[in-house]
Design a protein around this ligand. Structure first.
Ligand code: UD1
Length: 352
């Protein structure tokens, strides 16, 4: 198949690029090379075309004969400041809108969209006495007192988490999350009005070789890894019991390949995860042990707005997409302890 790949020079995009070409697909790789992802002054990799997805005329030229678009280009990170909002809206949402319009002009009817588990906000919770609960933000008094778990609004009991299926309510918490959900909404509406197919891959916490080094916009695995490289202990927030699903970037690439090769009707979202939840303290401990570095420090500090537990139910990707993650997080993290990292600026606003 002829596949247009956006964000092809990025951390995830470059792994997807290799997986697609390795499977014999003809890839048209594009990247804008924004400093936020590639660091200032990065050069365009061989074969990649420098194209901004917000430029419809340039897209018209590259979309000829394309069977499916695999859209990885995005400004990422949780959003550190309200000043980041225009960059998320411009690159992620306006960019997707321009791309969808260009795909319509080109008669290209299939999109694989990189989405994120951040669309859910918090995961699912229940209490023994109060049953399932839709949680909001944790109470500042609880966090200050070192009570990091969600509590039942009426009973005050500590809630336990459940895994999140694709039918869970979407409640974006950050500017980035809002932009990822808007991308999904535009793509779903485009699928409905044009009779096209969209497979949205909701990536859980991605890690692996070539991940951007620590910036305020980096995922925690890169932050811990960078600390260990500098001989410092990983700083674990809260009590370290926050649960996530860490999925290796090679599995993300495999999920994209599966989605490209398996057209599904309408708009279909999937959790893309390892299916093996792990706490943040376990992540830090695994990386420290693999590097023979200092033990993690559990700080009790917290970041306002952080979600407590978000754990995927990966089953739907297994039966509908034929994707099952191959890398166990403990093995993947041990390898990641020595994997190369890429430089990035991690700042959105100047790259508008
Ligand atoms: C992360 C990404 C999000 C992405 C999602 C899925 C960021 C900032 N967040 O969300 O954009 O869509 O994964 O791939 O890019 N923590 C520490 N010590 C630190 C930093 C963080 O203990 O130095 C903790 C946090 O408090 C949090 C957990 O690690 O509980 C995960 O943090 P992080 O990787 O930033 O973000 P997610 O919210 O999981």
């Amino acid at each position: 198949m002829r596949v247009l790949l956006t964000g092809a020079a990025g951390f995830i995009g470059s792994h997807v690029h290799r997986a697609l070409t390795g499977a014999g697909h003809e890839v048209v790789p594009l990247d804008l090379m924004v400093p936020a992802a590639h660091g200032p002054g990065a050069t365009v990799p061989d074969g990649v075309r420098r194209v901004d997805v917000r430029d419809g005329e340039l897209l018209d030229a590259v979309l000829r004969g394309v069977d499916v678009v695999c859209h990885q280009a995005a400004v990422v990170g949780a959003g550190v400041s309200a000043q980041d909002a225009p960059a998320y809206a411009s690159h992620n949402d306006f960019g997707t809108a321009v791309l969808l319009a260009a795909m319509d002009r080109a008669g290209c009817r299939r999109l694989v969209l990189a989405s994120s588990m951040v669309v859910y906000g918090e995961g699912r919770y229940r209490g023994e006495r109060c049953g399932p609960v839709d949680v909001g933000l944790r109470r500042p008094e609880d966090l200050e007192a070192g009570i990091f778990e969600h509590r039942g609004p009426e009973t005050g009991e500590i809630l336990v988490w459940d895994s999140v299926g694709e039918d869970a309510a979407v409640r974006p918490r950050s500017l980035y999350a809002a932009s990822k959900l808007a991308q999904e909404n535009y793509a779903a509406a485009w699928a409905a009005v044009t009779g096209s197919c969209v497979t949205a891959l909701r990536y859980h916490n991605v890690y692996g070789a070539d991940m951007p080094r620590d910036t305020p916009y980096s995922g925690v695995a890169a932050i811990f890894r960078s600390a260990l490289e500098a001989g410092r202990p990983p700083q674990v927030y809260e009590d370290g019991g926050q649960t996530r699903d860490f999925v290796h970037v090679s599995d993300i690439a495999a999920a994209n390949l599966a989605a490209v090769e398996r057209p599904l009707p309408g708009f279909q979202p999937f959790n893309i995860s390892s299916g093996r939840p792990i706490t943040i303290l376990e992540v830090a401990t695994a990386l420290s042990a693999a590097r023979g570095g200092p033990q993690p420090v559990v700080t009790g500090r917290y970041r306002p707005g952080d979600v407590r537990h978000i754990v995927a139910d990966p089953n739907r990707a297994g039966y509908a997409l034929g994707f099952v993650a191959a890398v166990d997080p403990m093995d993947g993290l041990a390898a990641f302890a020595f994997a190369p990292l890429r430089d990035s600026a991690g700042i959105c606003a100047p790259s508008l």
